[in-house]
Each structure stands twice: as C-alpha cells, then as structure tokens.
Design a protein around this ligand. Structure first.
Ligand code: G
Ligand code: G
Ligand code: MN
Ligand code: NA
Length: 250
C-alpha cells in the first residue's frame, strides 16, 4: 500500500515532528510538564492524523523505529527546557514486544542528558492485558531506570483496577470521556470522584485529560485531581512555541 511505503520513508525524510501539550499543576496553577504528541507532515497529503498512521505503524512494526525517534527527540527537546519540567511520551503496546525498548529509553536519556525522573512513559491497558509477565518485567526494568510510569486513558479498559494491583503506577490519566461530562453526568462525576479518591489513597498522581471548560476545571479541582491537560489551557504546540511559552511564564 502506498501509505505504508510513505510511512517507511517518513523517518529518513524528516517528516515527523513532535507537538507538546502542557500539563498544569492544579494546586500551583503552573505548567509542570508536557505530553509529546507525534505529528506526520506528508509531503503531498499534508498532516496525517495520528489515529490514521499509528495503527499502520503498529501493524507494520514501524512503530519501533518511529517510537525510538520519538523518545530521542522528546528527551533532547525537554533537556533544553528550564526548570524541572517533565516530558510524557506515549508507548504503544507493540513497542513492548521489542527487546530494544529498555535500551531505547536508556540511550535517549544518555544522549540527551535528561534526568530520568523528568521522563514519564504513558502506557495503555494493552500492555498489561492477559497477565503479560514479560511486559510486567519490562515495566519494572523501565522503572528501575528512574523514569515515571503513567497509565493512560484510565477507565476505558476492561479491568483497569487489576492493573493497579499488578504494577505501582506513578500517575493515572483520567480519560477524556469521563472528564468531558464531569459535573453534568452524575455517573461521570461519581467515577471521577472514585478514581481520584482511589489514586490518592494509593499515592498515585491523577491527571485529567481533555479539560475544555472552566466548569470542568472547577469540578476536577473540587475532586482533588492533581493535574490538568486540555484545550482550556492549550492545544498541542510546536517545540519553538514551547520555548516562547516557558520564557513568558517563567
Ligand atoms: O493529539 P492526538 O491527535 O495527537 O493523539 C491521537 C492519539 O495518538 C492518542 O491516542 C495518542 O496517545 C496517540 N499518540 C500520539 N503520539 C504518539 C506517539 O508518539 N506514540 C504512540 N504510540 N501514540 C501516540
Ligand atoms: O490518547 P492520548 O491521551 O495520548 O491522546 C491525547 C489526544 O487528545 C490528542 O489527540 C490530543 O490532541 C487530544 N486532546 C488533548 N486535549 C484535548 C481536549 O481538551 N479536547 C479534545 N477533544 N481532545 C484533546
Ligand atoms: Mn497520552
Ligand atoms: Na489518553
């Protein structure tokens, strides 16, 4: 398929960039980190949405070299940011089948000089599905490097609670589908309350994803959610805009 061949060439042709979306510490009301989001600018078709090309990259195994590039690039860019801002990088479950994952993370840290505690790896439930012992071992190896591990899209899987027993996550990202209706749907509000309460009692930080309105923010604050991410604060922005933003916000 044409798109597949294009994707194969995209890395070498330098068609990928990273966009960064700020994460805000709710108590301090300050940016505490950014999530790196992959962008592909196709030379003819223009920007291709990640929801289109990431599944293709996963099917073809191209997600491994692409994911290694994302780790390197995100760490290099974050190492140039002032202060102790964190950088969150999404990992595909497919990357866990690759024996080089831990090495890729290690070399991204070494080459960039980024302190490991400033790197956060976001994983989805697919990684721990079916009591995957090898993946669990990999998670522990990653943790041993000193990086942080976040559970992404929390609440959308089949047995998210069993994952919390299987691995001591540093952070839970409450899925946008709950956040979008917090304060409007009694069910969503109750779920957000339960997740933030559970996380707090386990010593796990919570981040709300997809915060779009001041009303959502107020409800999430009231429920004790620690960090906010969403269009209310900022869309994902380019690396140079990140530097502008940080120089303005001190
Ligand atoms: O902002 P956005 O449209 O970029 O993200 C769409 C989806 O693509 C999200 O589910 C996000 O987690 C995923 N995604 C974005 N960047 C990466 C990446 O570098 N690696 C992986 N595996 N997924 C990513
Ligand atoms: O799956 P993951 O959470 O990694 O992907 C983040 C995705 O959510 C990206 O596509 C990003 O652009 C998108 N996103 C970030 N903030 C918002 C928001 O406030 N509203 C909506 N609808 N999407 C958002
Ligand atoms: Mn994510
Ligand atoms: Na998510």
């Amino acid at each position: 398929r044409k798109r597949e061949n294009d994707l194969r060439e995209a890395l070498a042709r330098g068609e990928f960039t990273l966009a960064y979306q700020p994460q805000i510490d709710a108590a301090a009301n300050r940016i505490c980190g950014f999530e790196a989001l992959l962008r592909w600018n196709h030379p003819i078709d223009g920007p291709v949405p990640p929801t289109d090309f990431i599944p293709l990259a996963e099917e073809t195994g191209l997600i491994n070299p692409i994911g290694a590039w994302v780790l390197r690039q995100a760490c290099v860019e974050a190492a140039g940011w002032p202060g102790r801002l964190r950088i969150a990088v999404n990992l595909s479950p497919i990357q866990f089948r690759n024996r080089d994952l831990v090495g890729s993370v290690q070399s991204a840290l070494r080459n960039s000089g980024l302190p490991p505690e400033r790197l956060e790896l976001e994983i989805t439930e697919g990684v721990l599905l079916a009591d995957n012992e090898a993946n669990l071992a990999t998670l522990h190896e990653l943790r041993a490097l000193g990086v942080r591990i976040a559970m992404d899209d929390f609440g959308t899987g089949y047995s998210s609670l069993s994952y919390l027993r299987a691995f001591p996550f540093d952070k839970i990202k409450i899925d946008r589908s709950f956040v979008s209706q917090v304060g409007e749907s009694l069910h969503c509000t109750a779920i957000v309350r339960a997740v933030t309460g559970l996380a707090a009692s386990l010593g796990i930080v919570t981040t709300a994803e997809g915060v779009e309105t001041a009303a959502q923010l107020a409800h999430l604050r009231a429920e004790g959610c620690n960090e906010m991410q969403g269009f209310l604060f900022s869309r994902p922005i380019g690396a140079s805009q990140v530097l502008d933003l940080l120089s303005r916000n001190g």
